[in-house]
Design a binder for this molecule. Structure first.
Ligand code: NAP
Length: 571
């Protein structure tokens, strides 16, 4: 079919939304509330995004379920009942489906429709979008709700496709049950996913479990798994206020204000504080201390305390030393919440392999090979992570002005304005894109803020008859410099070997993938940009005339105090 024929058959819309995860669902709802013709294109056959694909055993959220949920609809907050403190993947997927049906959104989602290309047409300021199922769309706006952990990495070990057993990528876990009975199971990777898989598989009737660990993760015991009905009732009574407070918080969720400086207390007092916080739940440990963001000594003692807990739980001291974290600072990697993880290594039928000292050299038809020889396996589980942040965006052929591809626009790094827009991609918005709090925040709070901000922008344009909005190279440069300055001025900048710097993907530029100034300060900045007439943006009217309040961003407010609990300091 010719391009012209396709275009004539294309469905005409105001907004195409790519992805039916939490961002796409809410973007569809807002667009419909505004009377915009909108459609979501989703490559899977269900909603939930990350929580649809990552159906591996043990998958659960480590943010308390009553916090990790939409806050935009007070009725939904009252109607939905979470069954556990840390919701499992099936429950979160059920929640996403509940919201979609409750808001009547399902008929706006086209499933099994993977977007293959999107092209901005300069003459009309319209986007032309094609999906792999043959469907085509023309729309004014393109919302990339493509997710941040949605481009799973494929195994890069030589011979990976020669394995004759069952090879499973955690982010593409089969819908059918996996039979572990008597099998030799290998798990590769010990990040957030790996730890959950290992704990879950350890309860199955496997023959032998081999764990291949390259880097030990820093962990905190998750604490009580059950929600107390009284706590839920109390939260529901003040949910609207909680949601408002969360929007202005450092991370997009609230436990308690930090009040205790580790540097000011002795080891016995630190022990008491940690015990008390862990008994309440992992989130309380996160936010208890005032100086984890600023003091290396506080970090040394905090990490030391958690590592000593690991040593106390693992019988073999040599194994224990392998399992303790070597992170220089809390938060450089994701701090994981675990329940019964370390006890797994006290079993005779579990072997921990040091994949840093002795990497997996190749996958063979019968297993994997290290310098110690072949380890025979029946199942290999790859929990090896993602092309974090904008990985999914980079995998779509998206073309902006003069045919520039998103890959080229992002080749030098995750350079965006506010994490929302790329230079030369008019009318295209990224939800929770790189350079916004996104992956270092309570994701749903951040998603809602972006969707609402973009929604207001689209409404303004409709009211004024503007056909295009785009950011400027100056604004992108200024914002990127600010994002980098915050990280460089923080303790998380000390370790650039993490996925947050893109280090897990060969060739990806080394740049932090999130804004570390905190959810509340970031929201203030976005609102200030809006209130200044959308500085850093240029609008085009139907007659081609262009207007702008300012092509530059006027910068962060004087004395902005970064409020991320992951180690950002005063800027
Ligand atoms: P990840 O944090 O990037 O971990 C990937 C792991 O695979 C790392 O331990 C990595 O080691 C290892 N690895 C990669 N290639 C390897 C190889 N060839 N041999 C041995 N080990 C190898 O990915 P993830 O665990 O999927 O987590 C990604 C993100 O998803 C998290 O940061 C989190 O935001 C989210 N998540 C959240 C939850 C939750 O809410 N509970 C659960 C799962 C995931 P190196 O570190 O040495 O590279």
């Amino acid at each position: 079919m010719s391009t012209q024929e396709r275009a004539s058959e294309a469905e005409e819309l105001d907004v195409v939304i790519v992805g039916a995860g939490f961002a796409g669902i809410y973007a569809l709802h807002r667009a419909r509330q505004r009377g915009l013709r909108a459609r979501v294109l989703e490559m899977g056959d269900g909603v939930g995004g990350t929580w649809y694909w990552n159906r591996y055993p043990g998958a659960r959220c480590d943010v308390q379920s009553t916090f990790y949920s939409y806050g935009f609809d007070a009725d939904i907050d009252q109607e939905w009942e979470w069954s556990e403190r840390f919701a499992t993947q099936p429950e979160i997927e059920r929640y996403a489906n509940f919201v979609v049906d409750r808001l009547g959104l399902r008929d706006g989602i086209r499933f099994d429709a993977e977007v293959s290309s999107a092209r901005f047409e300069e003459e009309t300021s319209l986007w032309h979008v094609d999906a792999a199922d043959g469907s085509s769309f023309v729309s004014r706006f393109l919302i990339m709700a493509t997710g941040t952990y949605s481009a799973p990495l494929a195994p890069r070990v030589p011979g990976a496709d020669t394995f004759e057993g069952q090879s499973i990528l955690t982010a593409r876990w089969p819908h059918e049950p996996v039979d572990y009975a008597g099998k030799r199971v290998g798990v590769i990777g010990t990040g957030a996913t790996g730890l959950q898989v290992i704990s879950a598989v350890s309860k199955e009737p496997f023959g032998h479990l081999h764990v291949f660990q390259r880097t030990a993760s820093l962990t905190i015991p998750s604490g009580p798994l059950h929600l107390q009905p009284d706590d839920v009732r109390a939260l529901k009574a003040r949910y609207p206020q909680y949601r408002e407070d969360a929007k202005r918080s450092s991370i997009g969720a609230i436990w308690e204000d930090p009040t205790v400086a580790i540097d000011a207390i002795d080891d016995a007092a630190l022990h008491d504080e940690m015990q008390a916080m862990m008994a309440k739940g992992s989130g309380h440990v996160f936010t208890r201390f005032t100086d984890l963001a600023t003091s290396l000594e506080a970090n040394r003692r905090f990490i030391g305390y958690l590592n000593d807990r690991v040593r106390a739980r693992v019988n073999d001291p040599e194994l224990a030393e392998l399992l303790v974290s070597r992170d220089p600072v809390y938060g450089v990697r994701r701090v994981l919440h675990e329940h019964d993880y370390y006890e797994v290594y006290n079993r005779d039928d579990v072997t921990l392999h040091n994949a840093k000292a002795k990497p997996i050299l190749e996958v063979t038809p019968r297993g994997v090979r290290t310098e110690d020889g072949e380890i025979e396996l029946d199942i290999i589980i790859w929990a090896i992570g993602f092309d974090t942040g904008h990985g999914a965006l980079r995998r779509i052929d998206v073309r902006g002005r003069q045919g520039i591809s998103a890959q080229d626009a992002l080749a030098d790094g995750p350079n965006t304005y506010l994490g929302i827009m790329l230079d030369r991609f008019p009318n295209m918005f990224i939800i929770a894109g790189p350079g916004s709090p996104s992956i270092r925040s309570q994701m749903i709070t951040s998603i809602e803020q972006h969707v609402e901000w973009v929604d207001e922008l689209m409404v303004r344009m409709r009211e004024r008859g503007e056909v295009a909005v785009e950011t400027t190279p100056q604004a992108v440069e200024q914002w990127t410099a600010h994002v980098n300055a915050v990280v460089d001025n923080s303790l998380v900048g000390l370790d650039r070997t993490t996925q947050y710097f893109g280090a897990n993907v060969p060739g990806k530029p080394s740049a932090y993938l999130a804004y570390m100034g905190g959810v509340g300060p970031y929201r203030d900045i976005c609102e200030a940009v809006r209130d200044a007439g959308y500085e850093g943006f240029v609008f085009t009217e139907a007659d081609g005339s262009r207007t702008t309040a300012s092509e530059s961003w006027s910068g962060a407010p004087e004395g902005l105090v970064a409020r991320s609990p992951f180690g950002a300091r005063v800027i």
